[in-house]
Design a protein around this ligand. Sequence first.
Ligand SMILES: [Zn+2]
Ligand SMILES: [Zn+2]
Length: 378
Amino acid sequence: LHQQKQLIAFRKKLHQHPELSGQEYETANKVVEYLNSLKPDLLIKNLGETGVLALFGQEKNRPTVFFRAELDALPIEELNDFEHRSKQAGVSHKCGHDGHTTILLALAEKVVEQAVELNVGLLFQPAEENGSGALAVLNDPKFKQFQPDYIFALHNLPGYPLNQIVIRDGHFTPAVKSVIYKLDGKTAHAAEPEKGINPALAMAEILTQAAAISKNELEDLALITAVHALLGEKAYGVSAGQAELHFTLRCWNNKRMQALEHELLTAVEQIAQKHQLKLSMETLEEFQANENAADAVALIREASQHAGLALTERESPMKWGEDFGAFTQKLRGAIFGLGAGENCPALHNPDYDFPDQLIESGSSIFYQILQAIQKKTC
Ligand SMILES: [Zn+2]
Ligand SMILES: [Zn+2]
């Protein structure tokens, strides 16, 4: 079996060779190679393109518990100059997915060393950052044969004390969705804008209206953030004929998201009509809300005690999206936070790096979750 030192070395190797969402082929190969050395009972590759699932234990009459990690990195140039710095220009592990992946391998070590009377599934999913990976895994026929009794995941959280467990009943992360509205008018000579249809005013009205609808409140989050806009071309003799507006929407739950989407679209439709503009829309980067099951959260609480880790309960959900939500919509489970230290740079910042101490604490709490389930069922 591997030592802590080797697990840290593996994490650093992943950090040096980051791959973007949907392209995690080499990362998956490294994970498969490591898992093979631990002889799982079943190993499935190419789940949702690059995902990997390892199963330890395959007994029909035992509960099955899955744990999820992510394989992808981000299109961010690393600012750090330590030895394990990213070798890939413009790409780096700035969400700690290299660490989450290593935590699952450390858990595999514990499960192999101190067997549990459960079937344990370790799921390494692709493309978390763009919200497509969890759905790709769930929709893969190779995954559909499994009906885990529980599924768990954790995310490291800079700003919280190192190794602290951060938990919440119910919603943990919001529903997040991005929309693009395209306005099609008619270009004209800049000297005769009245002969065309310039979408500039409609654009201004939509931005104003979106800000009026948007709510950044704890009790009812319905946040609309303008992220990108385009109008015409840099051709100074031409009155613009096309425009594009990109927004990201955020709500605590999926139902509220539907209502918000509808409200914004209705407003945009009315404005487009008023200005005689043709409207088309597109949605992308959809994250479903994470809904933690109460009994799964109770297991995490119990496990944190046995792992000797401090725990804090969050009053409100996190505001970022996490595509693990797709799993909690279909399966019983929960996601929780693991403090990465008060002085750790924030997620997605160019100087962030995963703290290696979390490999032990993260795999310990996962292992204690298994113990707690075993105690309950045996
Ligand atoms: Zn991220
Ligand atoms: Zn992440």
